[in-house]
Design a protein around this ligand. Structure first.
Ligand code: PMP
Length: 425
């Protein structure tokens, strides 16, 4: 038995499924999950000492590569001055100011400790501000695990074919309206019928929890137009896309200004940080100014904020996103060419440092199209790549991530390995 297998066996006795977040358990792809012992740059090492080139990056935060020296130093320095204050600090002002500079749609912002807290709080705020209960989400989008968001969700919830979780009361789920991603007619119909009951739309501006699915320009424009016409708020959930696709996030690339934005992952640089922010008049509905309650013992934690500030400083370097996007495009183009040469039905797409791999003839535009991809082929591809030392997301429904630490040689090695694997599929 390998050390990984031993650890997994023992973990299952004391941790449900042996993991602290479901998709880590490899249920979708089968086999034993890889227990990490160390991570540096583009590499991770498992409990048996095996090295992998990593395309998960802790599910997004590791945009600079693992254990980036500047971020580690900032964390060490901050830790020496106290791990948690539970009181305001200057670093919180600095990161809030930086976020408002980078995202013109955010006039005021509040920090939390996870993406789930950010989306949960943003929905509560939208409901409190508008005085309405219903909201719209899209099938296959994942916005964390708050009760009312676990309705036809993506990510781990999709992987298990169990989109609506047990434990969510039907009366809670009934307030969540689920439409198809990229379905303009569905949006128009819904707003025509009950537009004055809808508090908000929450959307992943590039969906990354049902593989990568890009929005059409019409879909984006319709959401903005319909929210404006009916007094609903538009929430961009940029927990994944924020500072992953561009310094101005997805909203800059798409040219749409949301009322509220949720952030996570990259803004914590690997430490637990989330944020939600937007229009000042909406944000001022939050306690202690307004009637919408929201709080957190560790919100704005000084060590986590230090990691976030160091990360934001590094991604703000000129040319950062051009380089990241070019390397990610090189990866997906190389994989597509290798599959074509092997006669495998496959394509791939990317935006910034985020990519999707599809065992299908063209990139999917909706959840239904995602479901048509060949999942069994993905699973074989995943394991063959893992055996060769390449760690991809262990599910056909997750986007992948390239970091600034991935070199051209890393990308070439990945394409080379995939070329061999495609021939065996
Ligand atoms: N929203 C999106 C778009 C996400 O991708 C995720 C996590 N993958 C979340 C929200 C929830 O974030 P967290 O896991 O930090 O709670």
């Amino acid at each position: 038995m390998t050390r990984n297998e031993q650890l997994f066996e023992q973990s299952q006795k004391v941790i449900p499924g042996g993991v602290n977040s479901p998709v880590r358990a490899f249920r979708s792809v089968g086999g034993t999950p890889v227990f990490f012992s160390r991570a540096k740059g583009s590499r991770v090492w498992d409990a048996d000492g095996r090295e992998y080139i990593d395309y998960v990056g802790s599910w997004g935060p590791a945009i600079l590569g693992h254990a980036h020296p500047g971020t580690v130093k900032a964390v060490q320095d901050a830790a020496a001055n106290g791990l948690s204050f539970g009181a305001p600090s200057e670093a919180e002002l600095t990161i809030a100011t930086r976020i408002t500079q980078l995202l013109p749609s955010i006039e005021k912002v509040r920090l939390v400790s996870s993406g789930t807290e950010a989306t949960m709080s943003a929905i509560r705020l939208a409901r409190g501000f508008t005085g309405r209960s219903k909201f719209i989400k899209f099938e296959g989008c994942y916005h964390g695990h708050a009760d009312f968001l676990l309705v036809k969700a993506g990510s781990g919830a999709l992987t298990f074919g169990n989109p609506t979780s047990a434990g969510v009361p039907p009366e809670v789920a009934a307030q969540t309206l689920v439409l198809d991603y990229n379905d303009v007619a569905g949006l128009e119909r819904t707003f025509a019928e009950i537009g004055n009951e809808i508090a908000c739309i929450i959307v992943e501006p590039f969906a990354g929890n049902m593989n990568l699915v890009k929005p059409t320009a019409e879909f984006m424009a319709a959401m903005r137009r319909l929210c404006d016409a009916h007094g609903a708020l538009l929430i961009f959930d940029e927990v994944m896309t924020g500072f992953r696709v561009d310094l101005g996030c997805a909203q800059k690339l798409l040219g749409i200004k949301p009322d509220l934005t949720t952030l996570g992952k990259v803004i914590g640089g690997g430490m637990p940080v989330g944020a939600f922010g937007g229009r000042a008049d909406v944000m001022d509905a939050l306690a202690p100014v307004g009637p919408v309650y929201q709080a957190g013992t560790l919100s704005g934690n000084p060590v986590a904020v230090a990691a976030g500030l160091a990360t934001l400083a590094a991604v703000s370097e000129p040319g950062f996103y051009e380089g990241l996007a070019a390397r990610t495009a090189k990866l997906v183009n190389g994989l597509s060419a290798a599959a074509k040469d092997a006669g495998v039905t496959f394509c791939a797409d990317s935006v910034g440092g985020m990519f999707g791999l599809y065992f299908a003839a063209k990139p999917p535009a909706s959840f239904a199209e995602v479901m048509q991809c060949d999942r069994e082929k993905f699973n074989r591809f995943f394991h063959a790549m893992l055996d060769r030392g390449f760690y991809l997301a262990p599910s056909a429904f997750e986007a992948g991530f390239v970091s600034a630490a991935h070199t051209d040689a890393d990308i070439d090695a990945t394409i080379g390995a995939a070329r061999e694997v495609f021939k065996t599929l």
